[in-house]
Design a binder for this molecule. Sequence first.
Ligand code: ADP
Ligand code: MG
Length: 703
Amino acid sequence: MSEKFNVEEIFAEDVFTLGKMKEYLPKKVFTEVKNVMENGGELSLAAADVVAKAMKDWAEEKGATHYTHWFQPLTGVTAEKHDAFVTHPNAEGKMITEFSGKELIKGEPDASSFPSGGLRATFEARGYTVWDITSPAFIKEDATGAILCIPTSFCSYTGEALDKKTPLLRSMEAVSEQALRIVRLFGNTAATKVTASVGPEQEYFLVDREKYLQRKDLIYAGRTLFGASAPKGQEMDDHYFGVIRERIGAYMKDLNKELWKLGVTAKTQHNEVAPAQHELAPIYETANIAVDHNQLIMETMKKVAVRHGMVCLLHEKPFAGVNGSGKHDNWSLTTDNGVNLLEPGDTPNENIQFLLVLACMMKAVDTHADLLRQSASDVGNDHRLGANEAPPAIISMFLGDQLEDVVKQLIETGEAKNCREGGKLETGVSTLPDLTKDATDRNRTSPFAFTGNKFEFRMVGSADSIASPNTTLNAIVAEAFCEAADILEKADDFDMAVHDLIKEYMTKHQRIVFNGNGYSDEWVAEAERRGLPNIKSMVDAVDTLTTEKAVKLFEKFNIFTRAELEAREEVLYETYAKTINIEALTMIDMATKQIIPAVVKYTKALADTVIAVKEAGADASVQSQLLAETSKYLAEAKAALTKLSEITAEAAAIDCIKTQAYAYKDSVMPAMAALRAPVDALEMIVDKEMWPMPSYGDLIFEV
Ligand code: ADP
Ligand code: MG
């Protein structure tokens, strides 16, 4: 029998929760901390000293020897530098460990080796990590020992954000402030804060580690760069929600346990559509904690996989021909007195506050569709969005039948007299209860879908941080709320003004609403007619960050300065170019050192056979034919390899980072595809015993 544990007992055992603070801190300090957490402001250094000492005591009881400022630079992954609690031994040579308030609040890692775009050229290399008091400290335990991790923001010497957390925190303040103005207009004066809540569903693949180690593409690029399809893919729909096999189940159990200990509310687990693909969803929480926790989820997924002799692939498209992985970013706004702004209630047509919020959402998403698209782009996601699979690269909003009808009535008549009800769901089986149906069905093809009391942003890539999508969402919604509040706060007749504004916004931005099949070609044509942007790749999306519209938005709400946006653009181009360069070099390496030599051996074996069969006086036409076919693909592969090497070298030599990113997209990527085609054809011909790496079938069906 496998190990049993009690979730209530282990939950958050490695987190310095509010409860633990209460236990470890004097009442006065605890109150001060709680106040800063809830209302912002700065903790006094004296209080910080007390908190640091308490944190250290707690961490040491749990075996911690080091602390680290845990941060999220623009690499997309987390960074940490460990410092032991050790100090100078005293005169008798005894060690008294220490951790001061200053060390808790501020760290000074050298920022010069992190991507910073233009910011590094203009400012000092020095960077600061600053304690984010709103996200709890936790202990990470692995072979290094137990490390106290303190979530931090990462800024330059002059205060520019060098990370993903700082802009997110700024955007949360912006949307809170503007949303408060909206709820006050409707008489909610008790609310003091509006929280953006996020629940990200995380998809991932698991492969056997022994096989993984035989694939240089998986090692260097995180995805397969060659590989003929297996005879079976996902066409039987038998993996989705299928019975979880023992090896995977043991992994999931271990993963959940580790996450629960870290205070992550891992809730749902299931097999996904593609073979070897799975999903984990936590319960939603405050946006910045959700972002931190999503990083911990990804990190823990990888760590636990190795313990089980597997490797977790988070890449958006590890295998061609079957689904890739994404992250559904569920997002909503809730006041601190418990009102979800996206809760329509039973009769949304009468819920004026909800209708105004919805109208603002339509306006925000339509106005900044390009920014939302950008926020969900990363190199790997280019293989999903608008390419081989869903969701499409075009941003649209799904509202469902009920809300779409309400919006239509409002646009046409200025009033929504009624709303459709869900009705009864009758199974036709007398022993099954009749259920009331939701008024909206689901639409899996929409990139931005209303799902009851939240929006589900489905474009985000599986490997990407969810900080950018949520920063953008908060920002664009803050702007729409701000503009609405500017008008409504001044109105003489509020009821009339709000009515007019809802109608105006919905009419003006109705083109963003689409309830049909987002995967169809008709939608692409229809979206073009509507004038909706169809941004096909990450590279194309980069400069949406510095349009006048974007700069105005981000500067107005103090989320990014123009310099910060320009820096981010540079980092994005650079990341794209570097990633594709690694992929191209990996293909060149594999083709040159593994694949071509293997095929040469195979042709030699075939040639020997042809001679031997002929000598024996038999018909060798089949063998000759095979040899001819293999030699033809081999010649094609060699030519494509030479071409790829040349084109990659040319791209690598380009100076301008934007031109270079485009060269990788428009020249190197097609040259990679041209090499892959003959190699995949060869894989289908060459003796499996001689093929130098595990096949797709081996990787995704034999985990
Ligand atoms: P699905 O059927 O799409 O998987 P679920 O109800 O299981 O939907 O929720 C998926 C994710 O959405 C979970 O992480 C869940 O906690 C989160 N979620 C639910 N309600 C909200 C909300 N109001 N705001 C943000 N996220 C939410
Ligand atoms: Mg979902």
